[in-house]
Design a protein around this ligand. Structure first.
Ligand code: SF4
Length: 282
């Protein structure tokens, strides 16, 4: 069986930097806390917790002084303030791509635009953005059907969650322009999808086009990994979405003549390489 793997797998630079900062803090000693998952991959989180990182679901669980690490995709402003009030040292790991999106949104709001974010309101990145700005100034939508929910204000700025599917973003932008531009609206568009995510989505599509099935490796809660699953399925290919190597049932793929393996931006490269070795051996 032929196994195809894209050129770029493993952690993106944002995840690498976040992990490096946590490890640096842990080496200094003292307690290091993270509110929720630093990155959405259980294997990475287990390794960091074994090294001493403490994951808490609320600041009330943090009794003593220590260090609070922010997530790679951002943390609500109010949480950071409470952390500081509690005397915690705050270590920011928010990725520069996420910060760029925040900056664009703030600028649009200052210039009196209504902001449309293409993404999921439940994702921590969007929750962090919404914590920072007045609710009435923003609409979060994830499909063209929801365009009718967008405010009728005349100036609209469109941005995307950094892990959004580029195709979905383009589609919504196209529909919004079609529906609103004719009525005299001013529309500004900023593609804030992370360039690493765009590259992986392109590679997932190319991979799915040439193989019988695709194995997508990544955290269940990882938004960018889930988008890769959707893209491969759209190509009409069988997709095996797994978090860890042990989850792959080799029996199911042994009759195929080719498979592709791709991972999310928080998936360790070693899992992809181990899978490749195991498939080649079977
Ligand atoms: S996926 Fe992109 S935005 Fe998210 S941490 Fe990685 S580089 Fe940053």
């Amino acid at each position: 069986m032929k196994v195809y793997i894209p050129e770029e797998v493993g952690f993106c630079f944002g995840v690498k930097e976040a992990i490096k900062k946590v490890e640096r803090e842990l080496k200094k000693g003292g307690e290091v806390f993270c509110l929720g998952d630093l990155v959405h991959n259980p294997l990475v989180m287990n390794e960091l917790c074994e090294k001493g990182l403490k994951v808490v679901s609320s600041l009330s669980e943090v009794k003593k002084c220590g260090t609070l690490i922010t997530r790679a995709h951002g943390v609500e402003q109010s949480i950071l303030e409470k952390g500081k009030e509690k005397g915690l040292k705050i270590v920011e790991t928010t990725c520069p791509y996420v910060l760029r999106a925040h900056k664009i949104i703030r600028k649009l709001i200052c210039e009196s635009y209504h902001v449309v974010i293409v993404g999921s309101a439940e994702h921590p990145e969007i929750k962090a953005i919404l914590s920072d700005i007045p609710f009435c100034k923003v609409s979060v939508i994830n499909s063209s059907e929801r365009i009718r929910e967008v405010s009728e204000e005349k100036k609209i700025g469109i941005v995307a969650q950094t892990t959004e599917s580029l195709d979905n973003f383009e589609n919504i932008v196209k529909n919004l322009i079609e529906k609103r531009l004719k009525s005299g609206f001013e529309i500004r568009v900023f593609n804030t999808v992370c360039s690493v995510v765009i590259k992986r989505q392109k590679e997932a599509k190319e991979l799915a086009e040439k193989v019988d099935a695709v194995i997508v490796v990544g955290g269940n809660k990882s938004s960018n990994t889930r988008k890769l699953v959707e893209i491969c399925k759209k190509e009409g290919k069988k997709v095996y979405f797994i978090e860890r190597e042990e989850e792959l049932e080799f029996e199911k793929i042994k009759k195929l003549s080719s498979v592709g393996i791709i991972g999310g931006t928080s998936t360790p490269e070693k899992i992809i390489r181990n899978l490749e070795r195991k498939i080649n051996k079977n």
